[in-house]
Design a protein around this ligand. Structure first.
Ligand SMILES: [Zn+2]
Length: 112
C-alpha cells in the first residue's frame, strides 16, 4: 500500500500524448479526443471518454453555458493540479451525451 504506479501511454505507437503541463504525468493520447469544441475556465478544452492518472473531487452542481450540470473537478494524480472536470449529470437532454465523460483544459496540458 502507499505506492502508486503511474500508468504510461508510451510504447503503443508514436501517437501524441497529452500530459500535465506541471509534472508531465500522462492523461490521454491525442487520438482519444472526442471533441475540441469545449470551453473551460481558461479557454479551449477537450472532451474525452476516459483519462488516466487523475482523481476526482467533490460532486457539485455547476451552471454552464450549456445548462446545469453535476460535475467533479479532476486533479492530476501526481501534482494535484485541477486539470479539468468530469460530467456526472447533464440536465438538458441535448447535453446528456457528455455524462461520464471528461474535460481537460487545453492550457493545462502539454503535448509530447
Ligand atoms: Zn501534474
Amino acid at each position: 500500500m502507499g505506492i502508486v504506479y503511474k500508468k504510461s501511454l508510451h510504447g503503443e505507437s508514436d501517437e501524441k500524448i497529452l500530459v500535465c503541463n506541471n509534472c508531465k504525468t500522462h492523461f490521454a493520447t491525442y487520438d482519444q479526443i472526442l471533441s475540441k469544441n469545449f470551453h473551460g475556465q481558461y479557454g479551449k478544452a477537450y472532451l474525452f471518454n476516459t483519462v488516466i492518472n487523475v482523481y476526482t473531487g467533490e460532486a457539485e452542481d455547476r451552471s454552464m453555458r450549456t445548462g446545469l450540470h453535476t460535475v467533479q473537478d479532476i486533479h492530476c494524480a501526481e501534482c494535484s493540479t485541477v486539470v479539468g472536470w468530469k460530467y456526472l449529470v447533464a440536465y438538458e437532454p441535448s447535453e446528456q451525451y457528455k455524462e461520464g465523460h471528461f474535460i481537460l483544459e487545453r492550457t493545462l496540458l502539454h503535448c509530447v
